[in-house]
Design a protein around this ligand. Structure first.
Ligand code: HEM
Ligand code: HEM
Length: 174
């Protein structure tokens, strides 16, 4: 059947897991701080996961350029085609913009998974403030996109009963 390639499926679900974890970390910093040695540890993990998402998204775009995307929606439904393309493009944009702005606004070095230090970028305070403003505001756009995206996927599966969600699930799952 029509589905994404295995690397694309693996990258999609790994990214989804990492993004949701990364949203939970700052909001649940009191809770997670108990296991990570306080807020410093929580943000070390937040930044590390965020940069992992950036790397995985770049990789994913390369894989997508090679494998393309399967035709999961009816080809005659132009509106659905365009809406899905726009939604996915926006998701990709935020998967790049969230980690990039995070990287831009930090004044202190990033301690990548407690292993390697990445020095802060030499930027003006104004640029940092702008990047921070973006990071803190765009999170709400990201939430709306993720919720809408997941709701539409479930609607396809349970209401339309078509193969859209199965196209992003491993073959063994059905
Ligand atoms: C998938 C990537 C990322 C997502 C979805 C994300 C999301 C978020 C969210 C939801 C918050 C909490 C905002 C609030 O308290 O209102 C936050 C805060 C923060 N993020 Fe990220 N982030 C990502 C990547 C990064 C990266 C790569 C860095 C740095 C290298 C970073 C640095 C920070 C910092 C320092 C804060 C605290 C800001 C403050 O309140 O002072 N983030 N991020
Ligand atoms: C943080 C969470 C998520 C992010 C960032 C995300 C991101 C994306 C992106 C960028 C695509 C486009 C893939 C491409 O064509 O290259 C996609 C496709 C897809 N996602 Fe997600 N996703 C998330 C969660 C979910 C969830 C929870 C579901 C299911 C309930 C889901 C189901 C799907 C399906 C079925 C497709 C294929 C749609 C199609 O090609 O028409 N995603 N996702």
């Amino acid at each position: 059947m029509n589905r994404y390639s295995t690397p694309q499926i693996a990258l999609h679900w790994l990214t989804a897991l990492l993004v949701l974890t990364n949203i939970a970390l700052p909001y649940g910093h009191d809770f997670f701080g108990q296991f990570l040695g306080g807020d410093g540890g929580v943000f070390t993990l937040h930044k590390s996961i965020g940069l992992t998402v950036l790397a995985l998204t770049l990789l994913r775009l390369v894989v997508r350029a090679r494998h393309g995307a399967p035709q999961l929606l009816p080809p005659e439904d132009r509106f659905q085609q365009v809406a899905a393309k726009a939604g996915h493009a926006l998701l990709y944009l935020l998967l790049l913009a969230m980690p990039l702005t995070g990287l831009l606004f930090g004044k202190r070095p990033v301690n990548l998974f407690w292993l390697v230090e990445i020095a802060p970028l030499p930027l003006s305070d104004d640029t940092r403030a702008l990047a921070k403003q973006f990071h803190l505001t765009a999170q709400y756009v990201l939430y709306a996109l993720i919720l809408g995206h997941a709701a539409i996927a479930l609607w396809h599966h349970y209401v339309r009963r078509d193969g859209v969600l199965r196209g992003m699930l491993p073959a063994a799952r059905h």
